[in-house]
Design a binder for this molecule. Structure first.
Ligand SMILES: *Cc1c(COP(=O)(O)O)cnc(C)c1O
Length: 226
């Protein structure tokens, strides 16, 4: 069913020119290969160890997206190859990514995570913190990171209006930053929002990257190394 699910999603995404990231966390390599053979090249993982193991085992033209909460001491393992780090949520983390980028002579693409959900549990900058981080005096020195846009997660709720409100807020912040004069290595190009349950709303509100797991691979297997 994986190829059919992908075909369906690509068809839905095409009018919006959005890209699909197949979120394969907890799934075995055989599932990822099935998606790969169906033509998928963008995969998302949220655990460093799992991402590194899969990247070693699977074809090397895969674009690996790190979508989870990233600990500073683990940046070094993904720095050599990660395509995009979606959830940067502190200046300290950004500095560490910059350091690892310099070490590997590789500019590392990142998104800043914004806390838009009403839920307490989600990570990310508040809108006020986001404003201050992009204008932070230290940020212009971090030339080994390329900040390509924003990422956010809506509240996990059946309330479509609330999801709409939260994604709209993120889109507004994105558009507002786009108008501003920012350091050369910050460009508002990508807006990572939308998961299996809310990607349709996210697309209508300007998402450029949707991160979809269960709709492609089925319900998650339990996370062994969480
Ligand atoms: C797991 C996860 C997803 C995908 O979730 P589904 O509901 O299975 O599509 C997307 N984004 C992040 C950050 C995730 O952790």
């Amino acid at each position: 069913m994986i190829p059919e699910a992908l075909q369906q999603l690509w068809k839905e995404l095409a009018p919006y020119h959005a890209k699909l990231i197949a979120v394969s966390k907890t799934k075995p390599n055989s599932d990822l290969l099935e998606a790969y053979r169906a033509g998928n090249r963008l995969f998302g993982e949220n655990k460093v160890q799992e991402l590194v193991a899969k990247a070693e085992a699977l074809p090397n033209d895969i674009e690996w997206h790190f979508i989870g909460h990233l600990q500073r001491n683990k940046v070094k393992y993904i720095a050599p190859f990660v395509a995009l780090i979606h959830a940067v949520d502190s200046l300290k983390l950004l500095k560490e990514i910059n350091k690892q980028g310099a070490k590997h002579q590789r500019i590392i693409p990142c998104l800043l995570q914004v806390h838009i959900a009403r839920e307490e549990a989600k990570f990310g900058f508040s809108p006020e913190e986001l404003e201050s981080i992009v204008h932070h005096p230290e940020i212009k020195n971090l030339t080994w990171v390329n900040i390509k846009g924003l990422m956010g997660m809506a509240t996990n709720t059946p309330n479509q209006e609330l999801i709409k409100e939260e994604f709209s807020q993120l889109k507004n912040l994105f558009d507002k930053l786009k108008q501003q004069e920012l350091p050369a290595h910050i460009h508002m190009q990508e807006l990572s929002m939308g998961m299996s349950g809310d990607y349709k709303i996210a697309l209508t509100l300007g998402s450029t990257l949707v991160r979809i797991g269960s709709r492609i691979f089925g319900a998650r297997n339990c996370q062994l190394n969480a």
